[in-house]
Design a protein around this ligand. Structure first.
Ligand code: CMP
Length: 136
């Protein structure tokens, strides 16, 4: 099939802090994702600001960047057919309160900020976000 895609997933500080990395990785694998690359890092706030630049005009931007840089995160390149959409479906709605049963955010999310995972929202952004963390 021609639509094998890669997308970026981040397991956010709230989930790493609760040692949920392996459980969340299992959820990806159970949905048929391959984890091609992964690294656990802690980023500076200035890097979070660059990563989330699309949100810079939003009222939640500052808190979001403070939060993403508040503790270790696990960044991963994951792959399967239609990975971008499949990852968004597996993550569930941004606000865990709105997320459906069986999704990562429903299961583990604490709040709209501490929503446990980030995933690229388009194929174009997936390329940009993968490069952001894995270009070297
Ligand atoms: P994420 O998928 O990482 O992309 C941007 C993040 O901003 C989002 O998950 C949420 O954790 C956070 N956020 C905080 N407030 C809002 C909001 N009102 N709308 C969308 N995202 C928000």
């Amino acid at each position: 099939m021609s639509n094998l895609e890669q997308t970026l997933s981040i397991i956010k500080p709230d989930a790493v802090e609760r040692n949920l990395e392996n459980e969340i990785k299992e959820m990806f694998k159970n949905k048929g994702f391959s984890i091609l690359k992964e690294k656990k890092i802690k980023i500076e706030k200035s890097e979070a600001e660059k990563f989330y630049k699309v949100h810079e005009t939003k009222p939640f931007y500052n808190d979001l960047c403070t939060y993403l840089s508040s503790g270790p995160i696990l960044v991963m390149v994951i792959e399967k057919h239609n990975a971008v959409l499949g990852n968004r479906e597996l993550m569930g709605a941004t606000n865990p309160e709105d997320a459906e049963e069986g999704t990562i955010r429903k299961k583990y999310g604490i709040s709209i900020d501490k929503n446990s995972v980030h995933g690229s929202d388009s194929i174009e952004n997936a390329k940009i976000e993968i490069d952001f963390f894995f270009k070297d």
